[in-house]
Design a protein around this ligand. Structure first.
Ligand SMILES: NC(=O)C1=CN([C@@H]2O[C@H](COP(=O)(O)OP(=O)(O)OC[C@H]3O[C@@H](n4cnc5c(N)ncnc54)[C@H](OP(=O)(O)O)[C@@H]3O)[C@@H](O)[C@H]2O)C=CC1
Ligand SMILES: C[C@H]1O[C@H](OP(=O)(O)OP(=O)(O)OC[C@H]2O[C@@H](n3cnc4c(=O)[nH]c(N)nc43)[C@H](O)[C@@H]2O)[C@@H](O)[C@@H](O)C1=O
Length: 325
């Protein structure tokens, strides 16, 4: 496995999706590096718009690129906004990867997702099982778009010798997550719902599905650290899973949320909602061999995330009050 040191110092580093949960964590982490950070707002460059992307890249010519921009959401968002998930994510991957090649980028990291692996692949999920079986239907459009990005990286490496790499993150959570009640991932969704249940004094709070699926949760600042570490040390063609190597059932996780939020009522399971993939535990042995391990315990990361949620909701309450005039 190629393990080539790559110097970030003094380089122009573009974080696509810099306002997102991962993107903002990358901006925080890169603040500890001596780099020229490059960002551009979505309202100025829509990464689905090829002409706008090519024009901006030709003017800016970033040397290093983290592709952390994507249309992202939880199981219901993926299962209902299927056309948006496949179109946006194929377009973003195609436009940014090709523009990076056209403008001679030194290095690019494409962020895939653990949902690219077959629904029933052997666990823990090894990187070489991609395309070895049917995908989880609820997020197949998103997964296909991510696989397209991965295959583009492979193709540009082989045809043009581009130093482009692909990483496969597990489920992520942390500051900057999306707390939308319907479209979010499970961590942010339950923090919000359990908090609102506590404040309302609700006797019971609903968790989607049966509670039996298992999920692995990586704190987003660990994810950003892993991305910077791999950008500096890895230049291989193989995918690299990024995770903690441990998972938990949704039912057990809901009890962790209740504890962190201070909700003491009943937890009910709404089986009208989908479970999705039964398990998505990543094999992180390649990452460990490259010398990186996750550091943040779930309960510590959850405490930080709950504080982030409280800060975000306080801000939106203020905004509502100020504009209720
Ligand atoms: N969250 C998770 O659990 C996981 C995430 N990932 C991957 O990590 C990456 C980051 O995810 P995450 O931070 O959670 O997602 P977020 O939704 O928090 O951030 C996505 C970012 O992409 C930007 N974006 C989306 N569409 C466009 C567009 N057309 N033009 C320009 N910018 C755009 C958004 O901009 P704006 O805010 O302005 O809309 C946002 O800043 C993605 O590639 C995702 O697939 C992989 C596995 C798990
Ligand atoms: C990162 C990964 O994330 C997505 O896959 P997912 O892991 O299934 O996403 P999720 O976080 O939404 O659900 C995880 C589990 O949690 C259960 N669950 C309980 N209660 C709530 C709840 O209130 N909201 C949500 N969203 N899920 C809930 C839910 O039923 C499921 O069993 C992909 O679409 C794709 O985006 C992707 O790659």
């Amino acid at each position: 496995m190629a393990n080539a040191p790559f110097e970030l110092k003094g380089r122009s580093v573009y974080v696509a999706g810099h306002r997102g949960m991962v993107g903002s964590a990358l901006v925080r982490r890169l603040g500890r590096e001596d780099v020229n950070l490059v960002t551009v707002d979505r309202r100025d460059v829509d990464l689905c718009n090829q002409a706008a992307v090519f024009d901006w890249f030709a003017k800016t010519r970033p040397e290093v690129i983290f592709v952390a921009a994507a249309k992202v959401g939880g199981i219901v968002a993926n299962d209902t906004l299927r056309a948006e998930f496949i179109y946006d994510n194929i377009a973003i991957a195609a436009n940014v990867i090709h523009a990076a090649y056209l403008n001679g980028a030194e290095k690019l990291m494409f962020l895939g997702s653990s949902c690219i692996y077959p629904k029933l692949a052997p666990q823990p999920l090894r990187e070489d099982t991609v395309l070895s079986g049917p995908l989880e239907p609820t997020n197949e459009p998103y997964a296909i778009a991510k696989i397209a990005g991965i295959k583009m990286v492979e193709a540009y490496r082989s045809q043009f010798g581009s130093d482009f790499i692909s990483v496969m993150p597990t489920n992520l959570y942390g500051p900057g997550d999306n707390y939308h009640p319907e479209l979010s991932h499970v961590v942010a969704a339950l923090i919000r719902r359990f908090h609102e249940a506590k404040v309302a004094g609700a006797k019971s709070v609903a968790v989607w599905g049966t509670g039996t699926p298992r999920r692995e949760f990586l704190y987003v600042d660990d994810m950003a650290d892993a991305c910077v570490y791999l950008m500096k040390t890895y230049s291989g063609a193989e995918l690299i899973n990024i995770g903690t190597g441990e998972d938990i059932t949704i039912a057990e996780f809901a009890r962790v949320v209740a504890e962190i939020v201070g909700y003491s009522g009943e937890i009910a399971f709404d089986t009208s909602r989908p479970d999705g993939t039964p398990r998505k535990l990543l094999d992180v042995s390649r990452l460990a061999k490259l010398g990186w391990r996750a550091r943040t315990w779930l309960t510590d990361g959850m405490r930080q995330t709950y504080q982030d949620f409280l800060a975000v909701s306080a801000k939106s309450d203020k905004r509502r009050e100020s504009c209720s005039c």
